[in-house]
Design a protein around this ligand. Structure first.
Ligand code: GLA
Length: 354
């Protein structure tokens, strides 16, 4: 238990502790910084955090994944260290008056890193929620998510959208969060009980702050300037045609944003109607769009997705920021065990996540 772990490390009881889930995105990729819809759901796996404020300005962090205690302060800048996310969250918690100084924090996680299932958003949202509880502030979960995104954008230098933070702050396992990233309006839609959204790691790890995510963001920025507005996802076919003077690669980036947004809108409708076969088709198309138009997949993931479908999933796709990490596959419960065994046997480097 995280509260016992905190007490063993810091020799006092934590003031607050809690659990934040990871997330898997079912469809709608790289649409969240381009004005579109996304459809993530919360995982049962996640991050447990315990926190007590300190009287000085130091931040002491113990993690079950790293040696020793990281010692930082609330005037620190990013140091390319695993403790940057928590340090950034504590600094913003101070800026917002939830804390007035440093903190002792213990963190335990069941989420693999570099997997595209939001271990970092779970940590930053989790810390900010505990700080909110300490301050007894009535900030909404939506505003906590907005603050957590700032940690990534301003401290880590990762120009991400809002999907991950909203998903882990708001969604529950068994429900998908149909989120309009333009307005931040959302609805929770039940997932069917007779299908499983399986999450499997390809065995190819990646870091989104290594530059390729930023490159896609910058390509989308050029498309936005050409359009004269920021919403690439919701352009009409005519507006898309008006981009024909842009280099082919940028037209394909725009095409992915527009088409994946449309697929996501349709998938939400299908989820309400329990049309899982159609959702599967949309997932397959989304993967092809990420592979050919947005170019964020890698051969190992393409092969895993292909076999997931050949072996019986109604649909499968890479999930998250891209360039490796996990796939998500929609599989009927009665086929799950045999399918899982066959798929993992065929891809010995891949492993089951959820
Ligand atoms: C990462 C980012 C999100 C989103 C996805 C791609 O997870 O943090 O904001 O852009 O990639 O859909």
């Amino acid at each position: 238990m995280i509260e016992d772990r905190f007490e063993a490390v810091f020799e006092r009881k934590p003031d607050e502790y809690g659990f934040t889930p990871g997330r898997v995105n079912l469809i709608g990729e790289h649409t969240d910084y381009n004005g579109g819809m996304v459809l993530p759901t919360a995982l049962k796996l996640g991050v447990s955090l315990a926190l007590s404020p300190r009287l000085d300005n130091e931040i002491h962090i113990w993690s079950d994944k790293f040696e020793g205690i990281a010692k930082r302060t609330i005037t620190d800048v990013v140091s390319d260290h695993w403790s940057d996310y928590i340090t950034g969250a504590i600094i913003l918690a101070n800026e917002h008056g939830y804390l007035t100084g440093g903190a002792d924090i213990a963190v335990e996680t069941t989420l693999p890193f570099g997997a595209g299932i939001s271990s970092s958003a779970a940590v930053t949202v989790g810390v900010l929620k505990l700080a909110r509880a300490i301050a007894k502030a009535d900030t909404s979960d939506k505003d906590i998510a907005v603050l957590a995104r700032r940690v990534e954008n301003e401290f880590i230098g990762m120009p991400c959208g809002i999907m991950d933070q909203m998903a882990v702050a708001i969604a529950n396992p068994g429900q998908a969060l149909a989120l309009d990233t333009e307005t931040l309006d959302y609805e929770l839609v039940d997932l069917p009980e007779d299908y499983h959204m399986a999450v499997i790691h390809s065995g190819q790890f990646r870091q989104l702050n290594e530059g390729r995510y930023k490159e896609r963001k910058e390509e989308c920025d050029i498309v936005k300037s050409a359009l004269g507005h920021n919403n690439i996802c919701q352009i009409s076919d005519a507006e898309f045609a008006s981009l024909k003077n842009l280099p082919d690669i940028l037209q394909r980036r725009a095409k992915h944003c527009m088409s994946d947004h449309r697929r996501t809108v349709e998938a939400i409708k299908c989820l309400r109607e329990h049309n899982m076969l159609k959702i599967g088709e949309l997932m397959n198309e989304s993967h092809i769009s990420m592979r050919d138009d947005f170019e964020i997949t890698v051969p190992k993931v393409d092969a895993l997705v292909k076999d997931a479908v050949t072996l019986g999933a109604v649909g499968a796709r890479q999930t998250g920021g891209g360039f490796g990490g996990c796939i998500v596959a929609c599989i009927a419960n009665d086929k799950l065990e045999a399918w899982k065994t066959a798929l993992l046997a065929k891809h010995p480097e891949s492993f089951w996540v959820s």
